[in-house]
Design a protein around this ligand. Structure first.
Ligand SMILES: CC(C)(COP(=O)(O)OP(=O)(O)OC[C@H]1O[C@@H](n2cnc3c(N)ncnc32)[C@H](O)[C@@H]1OP(=O)(O)O)[C@@H](O)C(=O)NCCC(=O)NCCS
Length: 168
């Protein structure tokens, strides 16, 4: 059963399920989409990702959700709220990964803005972060478009990360 979490003007964000593996692979097998991740992912790693996401729903009540086009039902990508540890502190991050053919339509910004409102209004969070690779300009622009501010650059797993925050 489809569990819708959020609706925006053009999108539906719904819970992820095992059946999403093939669609997710379109993102994970694309070297360009995975440029700022350690590597592309194969089918097995995609299933592990879904498992991790379902665990986040269970343990934290949030996680990455599937973004679909409201009118056509087309799979577009994933966006949601993910618990992260940053310099020893627990943070809630807005994460977004969309398939390449739909980049440049504002979908990631639309989805991320809805997640921000959900985090503040429904989850009562006080702070939400975004953690793009410092070189990942499209991702940094999404964070900036939803009103996040660059707090500092940090190092995580040997990579320079732009630490963006927004407060309620
Ligand atoms: C990060 C990522 C989601 C950004 O995608 P994106 O398509 O650039 O972002 P948006 O969906 O918000 O679209 C914004 C672009 O669409 C344009 N646009 C077109 N129509 C639009 C509309 N109706 N509303 C808003 N923007 C629109 C904007 O002008 C902007 O273009 P610009 O960057 O050239 O100025 C994408 O690059 C991605 O999935 N990368 C791989 C995964 C990844 O690295 N994720 C981040 C990990 S931290």
């Amino acid at each position: 059963m489809t569990q819708i979490v959020l609706r925006t003007e053009r999108l539906i964000l719904r819970k992820m399920a095992i059946d999403d593996a093939d669609n997710l692979l379109e993102i994970f097998a694309d070297p360009k989409a995975m440029e700022y991740y350690p590597s592309t992912k194969n089918e097995k790693q995609t299933l592990q990702w879904i498992d991790w996401t379902l665990g986040n729903y269970e343990n934290h009540g949030v996680g990455l959700w599937i973004a679909e086009h409201k009118q056509t039902g087309e799979f577009l990508g994933q966006c949601g709220i993910v618990p992260q540890e940053v310099e020893g502190a627990s943070e809630m991050e807005i994460g977004y990964l969309f398939k390449r053919p739909v980049w440049g339509n504002g979908y990631a910004t639309e989805a991320a803005a809805a997640c921000k409102c959900y985090g503040f209004e429904s989850l009562n969070l006080k702070k939400i972060v975004s953690l793009p690779d410092a070189k990942n300009l499209p991702s940094r622009k999404v964070a900036e478009r939803i009103g996040m501010t660059l707090e500092k650059n940090i190092y995580k797993r040997g990579k320079e990360i732009a630490f963006y925050t927004v407060y309620r």
